[in-house]
Design a binder for this molecule. Structure first.
Ligand SMILES: *Cc1c(COP(=O)(O)O)cnc(C)c1O
Length: 343
């Protein structure tokens, strides 16, 4: 690129998801295969008004982060997991598979080229957004034949996540068995905005979704999986057709087991959480996902009740997990599970 825009970036004050790195990766699928892989300057796309992704939401994505270690090398966290999950989403949405090797090569080349966009300051990272969508110019409904796979990146600032006040949602539905809840697909997020907006009017930050059939079981938070510590046990819902299989979730459970913490992956009844909260027995509650790693839950609303949970500073497990994951991701701690990937 003739002129890098890196000078526009103030690493002490990075606006969230507003400034994109110099380059983007693009590959097109037609005639039954992926062709023409290229890296080009970040730019707007020409778009047919008959594009099937905008009409019908035939679009999937991933979210991951790159970090710098103390030597200035760039590390990714479990990127093969994102490649695998992208293909799980792809199958459900009639999108062709992206070979894992193609995904990893694209990612590596792009991040190497734009490595100066990975901010080195503590807490900052480069957010990476792979996306695959249909490019058929056809307003009929059928599985599309043309697709585009892209990767764009943007630096993100130190993510300070203030503890969140969540509402257990028992009216609207995010996902149902047989649907697309397990896929990272565009429409899941579109459908979640209106219920979230209503909850925000009531003073909540986020929703905790319950199962679509009975609303008796806790599912997840829509961009994060949700975990509780009750009676010194770490409890989280099992992944299923309605819950996204988070990579942070898996990493937290792996660390917990390694530390000898009892882990229960099982359906969690809403009344179990409500009862424990009434009796002040919820020791910790938090969301887990790439954006915040750990988002502490300070208050839980359920119907007319609002439960105030323990002080965040007293939460031993989630604070330890947050610190440990941050140290692994930035190469400050031994990576005994082989999670980091040097670009
Ligand atoms: C991305 C996402 C998560 C978190 O997954 P990570 O791999 O940990 O970032 C959880 N729930 C939903 C619905 C998501 O889209």
């Amino acid at each position: 690129m003739a002129q890098s825009r890196i000078a526009e970036l103030d690493v002490n004050n990075i606006p969230f998801a507003k400034i994109y790195s110099d380059h983007m990766f693009v590959a097109d699928y037609y005639d039954g295969e992926w062709q023409e892989q290229r890296i080009m300057p970040y730019q707007a796309l020409p778009l047919s008004p008959a594009n099937t992704a905008i009409h019908y939401g035939i679009s999937i994505f991933e979210g991951m982060k790159a970090y710098k270690n103390e030597e200035g090398e760039v590390l990714l966290f479990r990127p093969e997991r994102n490649a695998e999950r992208l293909n799980i989403s792809a199958e459900r949405m009639c999108i062709p598979e992206i070979p894992v090797e193609m995904f990893m090569n694209a990612l590596t080349e792009l991040i190497r080229l734009d490595s100066q966009w990975v901010p080195g300051k503590g807490g900052t990272s480069l957010y990476i957004r792979p996306i695959v969508f249909a490019t058929d110019e056809y307003i009929g409904i059928k599985p599309p034949e043309n697709f585009r796979f892209m990767i764009i990146t943007c630096p993100v600032g130190a993510y300070y996540s203030a503890p969140v006040k969540v509402k257990i949602e028992t009216n609207f539905v995010r996902a149902i068995e047989g649907g697309v809840g397990y896929a990272k697909t565009a429409g899941n997020y579109a459908a979640s905005l209106y219920p979230a907006k209503l909850a925000q009017k009531e003073g909540f930050d986020q929703l905790v979704w319950t199962d679509g059939k009975t609303h008796e079981y806790i599912e997840e938070s829509g961009t994060m999986n949700v975990m509780f510590i009750i009676g010194d046990k770490l409890i989280t819902a099992p992944t299923s057709g309605t819950i996204l299989n988070g990579i942070t979730r898996d990493s937290v459970l792996t660390l917990a087991r390694d530390w000898g913490v009892t882990v229960e992956e099982r359906p969690i009844r809403v009344d179990e959480i409500v009862e424990a909260a009434r009796q002040n027995k919820v020791q910790e509650a938090f969301g887990v996902g790439t954006a915040a790693t750990i988002a502490q839950i300070s208050k839980i609303g359920f119907e007319e009740e609002l439960f105030e949970l323990s002080e965040v500073s007293e939460r031993k497990f989630s604070n330890r997990v947050l610190a440990t994951l941050n140290e692994i991701k930035t190469g400050k701690r031994e990576d005994k599970f082989g999670w980091t990937y040097k670009v």
